[in-house]
Design a protein around this ligand. Sequence first.
Ligand code: FES
Length: 170
Amino acid sequence: MKSPQQHPEPPTPVITRRDFFGLAWKGLGILAAVEVLGMIISFIFSGKNKNSAPPKQLLEAGPVDSFAKNSVCAFMGGRFYLARQQDGGFIALSLRCTHLGCSINWEENKKRFICPCHSSAFDISGEVLNPPASRALDYYPVLIEKGVVKVDIGTLKERKTTGKDQFTYA
Ligand code: FES
């Protein structure tokens, strides 16, 4: 009777130091590629939010009826003057002069804003009355919700001159 044939044991795979480092480098290369891909994807998707409106930072100024027509109320914490025009429209004017940025003051007796630095003057709508300032005061958007005046102090808007679309009506 024939004895069963003996197969030789397969050789144990031997990993040389060179193979080990080769594998390690490949692994690191794959990790780096995944990280770069993640950065590219996050960059692409972060660009999608650029066109969406920035979040509002609303400051409640008070009920519409608490502001008389042709009057100005200072909100120094919000860094603006809430000016109600003769026709009832609201505008929240930045208190920074558009010349070099000094803080303007409201002169009630003359119904105008005056800058203490170089005497620029602005009317109640923020329009320039007297240079050296060459453009109207910047303003914050005003919203009126359920009879309450709110100012978006997170969105400062620059302008050259005043326009009807810059005022908010109840
Ligand atoms: S900073 Fe206001 S007039 Fe110059």
